[in-house]
Design a protein around this ligand. Sequence first.
Ligand code: NAP
Length: 481
Amino acid sequence: MQTVPTQAMIGGEWRSADDGCRFDVRDPATGHVIASVSDCGEAETRVAISAADQALVGWSAMPAAGRAAILRRWADLMIERADVLARILTRENGKPLGEARGEVLYGASYLHWFSEEAMRAYGDVIPAPGSDRRIIVTKTPVGVCAAITPWNFPNAMLMRKAAAALAAGCTLVAKPAAETPLSALMAAEIGIEAGLPAGVFNVVPGKDAAAIGEALTSSEIVRKLSFTGSTGVGRKLIAQCAPSVKRVSMELGGNAPFIVFEDADLDAALDGLMASKFRNSGQTCVCANRIYVNDSVMEEFASRLTDRVAALHVGAGDQARTEIGPLISEAAFAKVERLVSDALARGGRVRTGGAKHPAGNLFYRPTVIEGVTPDMDVMREEIFGPVAPLAVFASEAEVIKLANDTEHGLAAYVYTRDLGRAWRVGDALAYGMVGINEGVLSSAAAPFGGVKQSGFGREGSRYGLDDYLEIKYMLMGGLSA
Ligand code: NAP
């Protein structure tokens, strides 16, 4: 395997854990150990926070064009090395190589996007209540920020945060998921080569997420936490940030409805569903989770979907034909098994799949289940696996009610050719993002984020920069002669 950094990046230097401890990173396709990484904890996190604090003055004072040039170089180097980065990403995460390469390019696209947004952190001049005064608004960086990221997009979830934070003039301490620290460390190595000054971007890998999280959230120096992960951990981190009144952005779990009306272009809906449901073996926060199909087209839709799902090629991510890789862990596999058993016990019927795949311990057969009902766990929980549950609906009002009946509100999808219906349903869905006749909706140009218990804050687009900027208002008086 390509040489990868395995120590923490703190203050521009590679550092081992103080006690020399390391933890193993495994390939989920084989279970083999692929790297041994420094196991950092509270002490190393505090050193990283201090490094980020020291770097803040210089980085935030650098002209935006200077920060932009470094971010652009970082993106360009990442694109140049996309094949190498993708190979490492596939080894630690399991996703097919093509998807891994796509993720690296997607991650780099945020660096490009925010290298441009860096130069547009405009302020404002507001008409004052008196003619002898001026109200001036400027935007200033929030300060030292922390990022905690998940394993399902080990490159892109971190780049999405780092690009916006650094563009705004903030410095960052990042904690990647213990399953997938290598992509983050590779990104740090390339960032340093691109010219990031020491301490601007720090990565602290470690097995004890709670200890690292506590050090980040309890610090008075850290002024913001941006978290991507499960709603349960997000809730804890929000509470931990309360005593120091930090700013918080939360990109949490989803339970996306995918609605197919009777007037939909079924070819487009099937393409959209395959892309939305089965990317990363169904382990994305915006994956279609509850698939509602109008009863008049259900049989045709289910039958065509079953053919496509049954034809998906399952295997290790580095094999050329692979479309579905392994799940990330035994716990993830056990959850998928539990959700399918519960659905079958309550009357669901498997059309294809529904069992372990012989490719290895963490491989699950791509699955279609019909006859699902709202009470089943598979409809109430985030599946995070290659399982497509199908439920029928009769009317627009009914499906809107069903779709909104969840504490989550991240992504939703609607397929219809009726323009009025597209707007009506799009408006009525209580979600941060709605794909209308589209199954893949994230891009650097768009504001990614959720409502309700899927979180708050937006990543990407011009709104993404605001998450790392404070508004400062200055009143200038005494202007009369
Ligand atoms: P997770 O268990 O919440 O972990 C996410 C990150 O939080 C990891 O780095 C993890 O570290 C860390 N963590 C866990 N417990 C912690 C604690 N007590 N204090 C501080 N950090 C802690 O989520 P996951 O299973 O890795 O990721 C899947 C979830 O992420 C899904 O719910 C998915 O929907 C969500 N997600 C959301 C978005 C979005 O943009 N809305 C995008 C992608 C994923 P360790 O790995 O070391 O435990």
